[in-house]
Design a protein around this ligand. Structure first.
Ligand SMILES: NC(=O)c1ccc[n+]([C@@H]2O[C@H](COP(=O)([O-])OP(=O)(O)OC[C@H]3O[C@@H](n4cnc5c(N)ncnc54)[C@H](O)[C@@H]3O)[C@@H](O)[C@H]2O)c1
Length: 330
């Protein structure tokens, strides 16, 4: 029995993500919350013949609490995406994520929480701070969803190898954070190595493409928003791993942006590798029934990748420190 909840379920990511969760056979209840349209989305999904019973709520009459009651896993794609006229996502999304986190802290404090809302480097610390204030913070259960970076990197590498049919099996670890230069693809650790003829300038171009892959979608959508379908796919893939882990499946590993207290021993090695006492970092984590079991260090890096990490750390530090002076506007 697994209850999955989507907060922001009527949005560009929320709707396809809710669809994919509805098709996950382990999900028995699906709670959908948004400030608009969730009863319609829920009615539509409820006609699909899969086990999950679907309910959609709006804010009136304690809708958020009703959605969250009994939740095992909560996925948050609520908030504004990048589009013309929206310059500071943090300004808007920090408040949205803050208020939803208060709801989770009071109604479903033991749920696994998966944050999609951008900027992930800062929204995950926002959720952590709310949970700390409510005395319910467990770093093992809070995840920033960075899977889209892995999905993109893996797809681009499969394209280069020249066989997209291999793409489901290609895995490229992507570490650091989830915006621009904080996104660090470890192409040297790709499960399917790049051809030896792949020159260094091509490697740099591929790295930049992975770091700024979101821009390709924003540009092509021409004012209509950012990645929604690929993000829903990536979010559902990560959520499925967490749900499998809850069900007792072992050895599940995926990169995620986590608080490094989730595994102090693993984090100590990681911090030496990155050369800085950061509180949050995205790296491969092993997920089990209690959440993060193990933070997996970066391992052997090339000089080029070490340079990327060095460039990512100051930006990541700024993104994290920004949250310490955040006050929810009244
Ligand atoms: N982590 C990633 O890899 C990744 C990738 C793409 C987009 N994103 C981010 O995901 C977020 C959502 O993107 P989208 O394209 O789906 O946007 P969208 O505007 O299409 O949908 C957002 C939804 O959130 C809802 N919402 C707003 N305030 C809310 C609140 N207080 N409570 C509940 N719901 C609320 C809106 O009504 C809307 O339905 C953005 O912040 C975007 O930047 C993250």
């Amino acid at each position: 029995m697994v209850k999955a909840v989507v907060l922001g379920a009527a949005g560009g990511i929320g709707q396809p993500l809710a669809l994919l969760l509805k098709t996950n056979p382990r999900v028995t209840e699906l709670g959908l919350f948004d400030i608009v349209n969730t009863p319609g989305v829920a009615a539509d999904l409820s006609h699909i013949a899969t086990p999950a019973k679907v309910e959609g709520y709006l804010p009136p009459d304690d809708g958020l609490a009703k959605t969250l009651t009994g939740a095992d896993i909560v996925v948050i794609p609520a908030g504004v995406p990048r589009k013309p006229g929206v310059h500071d996502l943090f300004k808007i999304n920090a408040g949205i994520v803050h208020d939803l986190a208060v709801g989770i802290a009071t109604t479903a404090p033991k749920a696994f929480v998966l944050v999609i809302s951008n900027p992930v480097n800062s929204t995950v610390p926002i959720v952590a701070e709310v949970f700390k204030k409510h005395g319910v913070f467990n770093p093992k259960r809070l995840f920033g969803v960075t899977t889209l970076d892995v999905v993109r990197a893996s797809t681009f590498v499969a394209e280069i190898i020249g066989d997209l049919s291999k793409s489901p099996n290609v895995v490229v670890p992507v570490v650091g954070g989830h915006s621009g230069v904080t996104i660090v693809p470890l192409l040297s650790q790709s499960s399917h190595p790049l051809p030896s003829s792949f020159a260094s300038e091509k490697l740099e171009a591929l790295t930049t493409r992975i770091q700024f892959g979101g821009d390709e979608v924003v540009k092509a959508k021409d004012g209509a928003g950012s990645a929604t379908l690929s993000m829903a796919y990536a979010g559902a893939e990560f959520a499925a791993k967490v749900i499998d882990a809850l069900a007792g499946k072992k050895g599940l590993v995926a990169p995620s942006y986590v608080h490094l207290d989730a595994d102090k021993e693993g984090a100590a090695v990681l911090k030496k590798e990155i050369g800085k006492e950061l509180d949050y970092f995205s790296t491969n984590v092993e997920i089990g029934p209690n959440g993060v079991e193990r933070i997996i260090p970066l391992g052997k890096l090339t000089e080029y990748e070490k340079g990327l990490i060095a460039a990512a750390v100051p930006e990541l530090t700024t993104n994290i420190e920004k949250v310490s002076c955040y006050q929810r506007p009244r």
